[in-house]
Design a protein around this ligand. Structure first.
Ligand code: HEC
Length: 154
C-alpha cells in the first residue's frame, strides 16, 4: 500500500514537471498605453482606483503577474481569462472604441457589477481584496451613468 502511494506521488510529481513544458504564453503586459481610459480621461480617482484594483488585471494591458501565474496548470487558466477578458473589454484600448461601443460597454459594466458577476469569482477567491463592496458597486454604477452622459454630450 505504502509503495503504491509513493509511486502515485512520484508519477504526479513527474506529470507536474512535464506539464510545465507545454507551451502557453502569458499575454504581454505594458504600462504606458496612450488610449487608456484612466490615463486619458482625468476621471474620478476613486473610481479609477476601483477599476485598477478589481478589473485591470484582466481588462487592460497592465496585467500584474504573481509568481504562481507562471506555474501550470494555474497558468493555463490565467492565460485563458486574460485573453478572453481583454478581447471583451480592454480599458487600455478604450479610446480606440467607437462612442457607440463605449456606451454599450458602460451599460454592460454596470450590469456585470450590479449582478456581482465581475470581478470573476475565481479571481476574488485569491485576490480577496479585489472584491467589491456595496459602496464600490454603487460608485462604479454611478460612474457608468455619468460617463455615458459625458459621451453623449461630446
Ligand atoms: C480574472 C479576470 C477578470 C477580472 C478580474 C474581471 N473580469 Fe470581466 N471578464 C473576464 C472574462 C474572462 C470575461 C469574458 C467571459 C465572461 O463574460 O465571463 C469578462 C467579461 C466582462 C464583461 C462582458 C463584456 C461583454 O462584452 O459582454 C464586462 C462588462 C466585464 N467583464 C467587466 C468587468 C469589470 C467592470 C471588472 C472589475 C470590476 C471585471 N470585469 C473584472 C475576466 C475578468
Amino acid at each position: 500500500m505504502r509503495r503504491i502511494s509513493l509511486i502515485i506521488v512520484g508519477l504526479l510529481a513527474i506529470l507536474f514537471i512535464l506539464i510545465q513544458f507545454i507551451p502557453s504564453k502569458l499575454p504581454s503586459a505594458s504600462i504606458e498605453n496612450e488610449d487608456d481610459l484612466i490615463l486619458s480621461s482625468g476621471m474620478d480617482k476613486e473610481v479609477a482606483g476601483i477599476l485598477k484594483y478589481s478589473c485591470y488585471d484582466c481588462h487592460s494591458n497592465e496585467t500584474k503577474y504573481p509568481w504562481y501565474s507562471y506555474v501550470a496548470p494555474v497558468r493555463w487558466l490565467i492565460v485563458k481569462d486574460i485573453n478572453e477578458g481583454r478581447k471583451e473589454l480592454n480599458f487600455s484600448e478604450w479610446n480606440k472604441m467607437e462612442k457607440r461601443e463605449q456606451i454599450k460597454m458602460l451599460g454592460e459594466i454596470a450590469e456585470e457589477v450590479e449582478e456581482g458577476l465581475m470581478p470573476l469569482p475565481v479571481y476574488t477567491f485569491i485576490h480577496w481584496d479585489a472584491r467589491l463592496n456595496e459602496e464600490e458597486r454603487e460608485k462604479l454604477s454611478q460612474w457608468t451613468v455619468k460617463k455615458t452622459e459625458e459621451i453623449f454630450g461630446d
